[in-house]
Design a protein around this ligand. Structure first.
Ligand SMILES: [Zn+2]
Length: 106
């Protein structure tokens, strides 16, 4: 998982970015003009793109065989005190000073 570093005027805050893929939103009845969801509650990788595939695909859901993109993405930022090592998967964000909430000013 990626880390996110928010930089505001030299002050940095580190967050762990947690991505979760929840319920499947794939409408299986588009050609018929109504909504039919498969009811899959959460993406689990390792499904098969085609019925005769021998190995699973990391981007295909093992439960409903839909691509991961059909699953609702949930993003959570968890504050961390120290950057985790190795530090190779980091997103750096420099915040515009005008975006700072007033209540955080001293
Ligand atoms: Zn599905």
């Amino acid at each position: 998982m990626a880390q996110v570093v928010f930089n505001f005027q030299g002050e940095t805050n580190h967050y762990e970015l947690i991505l979760a893929y929840k319920d499947c939103k794939h409408n299986h009845a588009v050609p018929f003009g109504f909504v039919l969801l498969d009811g899959c509650p959460e993406f689990i990788s390792g499904g098969r793109r085609h019925e005769d595939d021998e190995i699973g695909d990391a981007l295909i859901c093992a439960t409903c065989n839909c691509h991961r993109n059909f699953h609702r993405r949930e993003v959570t930022f968890v504050p961390i005190r120290q950057p985790r090592e190795p530090d190779n998967n980091v997103i750096y964000v420099t915040l515009d000073p005008s975006l700072r909430p007033h209540e955080q000013q001293h």
